[in-house]
Design a protein around this ligand. Structure first.
Ligand code: NAD
Ligand code: 44H
Length: 407
């Protein structure tokens, strides 16, 4: 029997370091990496392998996984790319939200190719990315491009499943071999319980079929990513370069934890998800401050405008807090730091600084977050966030007339 094929869309850190390594270790799949970055595709193809360092963040023990025997395809090479998609049993997507529409367009084209070929084997599209509502977003975006027959075909033979791709993976850095990655060693991938394979079909052993992955994504993004980015934003303002430095600054560590608590209390009130106990909190903090991994703040805060939008790691839990009668003081205070640092190498931070300069704080906060001032809860979040930006940026922004009075 031919091996099942896997296409990984987005051959970056998560694509190679989590999906790639996990599928490779199964030992029974034919792997293809697809990417829009022509140099990455060419380089991976030439080298023919890459290494992932899988680390236990608490003990420092390490396993090196050398991934090889894969193919690579440039998304611009349409025939080859669509052919690979059409022949795959699993398609794992690991891109940022700004690329979701492009990937949805390609998946819709894949549906047409499969239908035209009369393919009746199921394909499972495993969606990854820090985004609340992955399944719904892709379903809408794909179906919007299909006619009624194609939609009916897609609903029968192409399953979309949200997954919680939560391995922390970064480039291995200077001195390491080209394309090498390093990260934690999470060995399971929670996957939505909706794969319509026939009875007896063997799923990858690392799939952990979960009845409510969308809710665990909400939990992950609105608490773990919330504290991560709170440390990142406040750390960036303090001039730190790694999350370890930020958490070792007792004040920043405590403020980030308070933000996390607000999010956790809201998750408990709204969804009944218990607030983790002290031991779990200690482990989480130890993993952030591990001596074996130095996550760069520049990575943690990348694309700050995305991170400050309505459903993401700050405004998602902040609005949930307001809905549940909890004041999201520390969440919005941490978020405010995103408006108060400027990194010339990060286009979205440069853009935010421009918005604040040209529009003033209130309008800049509205433009970045896309909160609706006519909706009472969103209006409260907007006003609290704008005031927090005023407070956090105070020494630099006190109007001249006040500073003269205040001396
Ligand atoms: N790195 C992590 O630790 C981590 C952990 C959990 C979740 N995530 C999430 O995974 C996603 C990817 O993050 P990453 O760190 O791997 O980023 P990355 O930049 O390393 O990889 C993204 C890759 O996608 C490619 N790409 C962009 N548009 C594409 C398209 N239309 N088709 C195919 N490829 C395309 C890019 O060229 C790039 O190689 C994000 O949503 C991120 O939030 C990352
Ligand atoms: O990937 P982003 O940019 O959405 O967020 C940066 C980090 O918080 C994130 O990559 C975490 O390391 C990851 O989500 C861990 O599961």
């Amino acid at each position: 029997m031919e091996p099942e094929r896997v296409v990984i869309v987005g051959a970056g850190q998560t694509g190679r370091g989590m999906f790639g390594a996990l599928f490779y270790k199964e030992g029974c799949y034919e792997l293809t990496f697809a990417d829009t970055d022509a140099a990455l595709v060419r380089g991976l193809r030439e080298q023919g392998h890459y290494t992932v360092e899988e680390k236990d963040l608490l003990t420092g023990s390490v396993e090196h996984v050398r991934v090889d025997g894969f193919s690579c395809v440039d998304v611009a090479d349409r025939d080859a790319y669509l052919d690979a998609l059409a022949r795959a049993t699993y398609i794992a997507v690991a891109v940022f939200p700004k690329s979701f529409d492009d990937v949805a367009r390609d998946l819709a084209e894949m549906v047409r190719v499969r239908k035209a070929r009369g393919v009746e084997d199921v394909a499972a599209v495993i969606l990854g990315g820090n985004f609340v509502g992955l399944h719904e977003y892709f379903q809408r975006a794909i179906e919007a491009q299909l006619n009624e027959d194609e939609r009916a075909y897609a609903r029968t033979y192409v399953a979309l499943a949200t997954s919680k791709a939560n391995r922390k993976v970064v480039h291995a850095g200077t001195g390491a071999e080209r394309f090498a990655l390093t990260g934690d060693n999470k060995s399971v991938l929670p996957v939505e319980d909706c794969l319509p394979f026939e009875a007896g079909h063997r799923l990858p052993s690392f799939f952990h079929i979960d009845p409510d992955v969308e809710l665990s994504m909400i939990e992950k993004i609105w608490s773990e990513n919330l504290i991560h980015c709170s440390l990142g934003f406040m750390g960036a303002c303090a001039g730190y370069t790694t999350v370890n430095e930020a958490i070792e600054d007792a004040r920043i560590g405590a403020l980030a934890l308070y933000a996390w608590f607000e999010g956790r209390r809201a998750l408990e009130a709204a969804y009944g998800i218990p607030v983790p106990d002290e031991a779990a909190i200690k482990t989480m903090m130890e993993k952030f401050d591990t001596p074996y991994f130095h996550d760069r703040i520049a990575r943690i805060v990348r694309q700050p405008i995305r991170k400050l939008k309505k459903g993401d790691r700050f405004l998602g839990p902040a609005l949930l807090c307001i809905e549940q009668g909890i004041t999201p003081y520390f969440i919005l205070r941490a978020a405010a730091h995103g408006f108060c640092y400027e990194d010339a190498a990060e286009p979205q931070s440069v853009e935010m600084a421009r918005l604040v300069r040209e529009l003033g704080i209130d309008e800049a906060v509205r433009a970045v977050t896309e909160l609706n001032p006519c909706e009472p809860r969103e209006r409260l979040a907007l006003e609290m966030l704008a005031d927090a930006v005023r407070e956090v940026s105070c020494p630099r922004r006190v109007p001249e007339v006040f500073s003269r009075v205040l001396g």
